[in-house]
Design a protein around this ligand. Structure first.
Ligand code: ARG
Length: 399
């Protein structure tokens, strides 16, 4: 009789495959594997069977693409969430969703434990464990890879010894994570922040050299801050993101090369490919520029930064995130209309925007004869607006 049950977040890779056996051997637990489809490549049915072949008691596969888009990506888009102004948070948004399913399956199958395959140096361990604790503090968490301190060769030997299929192809020198919202790449030559990433780092995007010479235009429609259509065609959330990843990738859009601050204190060089996220956030910001009243628009910006930071830090299931989401939701009521983007050789540019809710008033903006702006009032406005500085300057007596 095993000493209990554990639900393991399973990717089908070497580490989590070894973890199935290791959890049985080391902790005498009955292991069930849980693989979640978030739009990453790989056949989930094969992965499901692989877990069973290795000795998992149960193997679950959940298609959570729509849930990921609806409950995680859409709120992040409304918040224009970019960690340190650049990273659209693909991995960071996925971890709380995986944690939620781990907890749900654990509860349903009366398991006391959940396990994840993160190492001890990254953000993901924090995100998994803080999320699980916020959802059910009674569940115990095991992090086999952090605990076992095996090298890759040792893990391969362990796998061979236990009849676990070992990868036959040469291991990529990079650590990669992918889902609908983007792809990340770390390690290998990228650890030298001065080194230009070799082309083999990229998988979703063409280099600007190889990208088509002809620009392509896309028109994205939004309702209440959410992207709902592409080129005049209504689309479901997942297809819209997938299509923009394809089109953007073809034009080399969405490559990000950055050094970021991990929560655990390490600076890390990251390469991201996120065509859809890049295009959608850019378009969404532009529609906000057209439809949000000025003070609201300015006030939202620091909250967006805070939101991105708390998502990155793994605090998804927090009252602060919920409160910020309510605020952002309220700001989005009038964010409707469409944005036209031009994609060309690695760049995406907004070239047009239109909205029934537009606050752009051409009679106020124009320099032509239709001008309705009160030039006379400008004089008095400046007088009073500048008054505090005038008073201050007089007191300094610097002239
Ligand atoms: N640096 C990014 C983040 O913390 C990506 C992490 C990717 N994870 C991975 N296991 N390769 O969100």
């Amino acid at each position: 009789m095993a000493k209990g049950k554990v639900i393991l977040a399973y990717s089908g890779g070497l580490d989590t495959s070894v973890a199935i056996k290791w959890l049985q051997e080391k902790y005498d637990l009955e292991v069930s594997a849980l693989a979640i489809d978030l739009g990453q490549p790989g056949d989930l049915d094969t992965i499901k069977q692989k877990a069973l072949d290795i000795g998992a008691k149960e193997s679950y596969v959940i298609d959570a693409k729509e849930e990921f888009a609806k409950d995680f990506i859409v709120p992040a888009l409304k918040a224009n969430a970019l960690y340190e102004g650049q990273y659209p948070l693909a991995t960071a948004l996925a971890r709380p969703l995986i944690a939620k399913h781990l907890v749900e399956v654990a509860k349903k199958s009366n398991a006391d434990f959940v396990a994840h395959g993160s190492t001890g140096k990254g953000n993901d361990q924090v995100r998994f464990e803080v999320s699980v604790a916020s959802l059910d503090p009674s569940i115990k968490i095991i992090a086999p890879i952090r605990e076992w301190s095996m090298t890759r060769d040792e893990a391969m030997q362990y796998a061979e010894k236990h009849g676990i299929p070992v990868p036959t192809t040469k291991k990529s020198p990079y650590s990669i994570d992918e889902n609908l919202w983007g792809r990340s790449c770390e390690c290998g030559v990228l650890e030298n922040p001065w080194e230009e990433p070799p082309e083999d780092v990229y998988d979703w995007t063409k280099s600007s050299l190889e990208a088509s010479d002809k620009p392509e235009y896309v028109e994205i429609s939004f309702v209440e801050g959410e992207a709902v259509g592409l080129n005049e065609k209504q689309m479901d959330r997942v297809s819209l993101i997938e299509t923009l990843n394809d089109i953007g990738g073809k034009h080399g859009v969405g490559r990000i090369d950055m050094v970021e601050n991990r929560l655990v204190g390490i600076k890390s060089r990251e390469i991201y490919e996120c065509p859809a996220a890049t295009i959608l956030i850019q378009a969404h910001k532009e529609l906000e520029a057209l439809t949000l009243e000025r003070d609201l628009s300015h006030f939202k910006i620091p909250l967006e930064l805070k939101y991105a930071e708390l998502v990155y830090y793994g605090q998804w299931f927090s009252p602060l995130r919920e409160a910020l989401d309510s605020f952002f939701e309220k700001t989005q009521k009038k964010v409707a209309g469409k944005v036209r983007m031009k994609l060309h050789k690695g760049s995406s540019c907004v070239v047009g925007r239109e909205s029934k809710e537009s606050l752009y008033d051409v009679s106020l903006a124009t320099y032509e004869t239709a001008d309705s702006f009160s030039h006379d009032s400008a004089k008095g406005f400046i007088e009073l607006f500048g008054l505090p500085l005038k008073v201050w300057a007089k007191r300094q007596k610097k002239w």
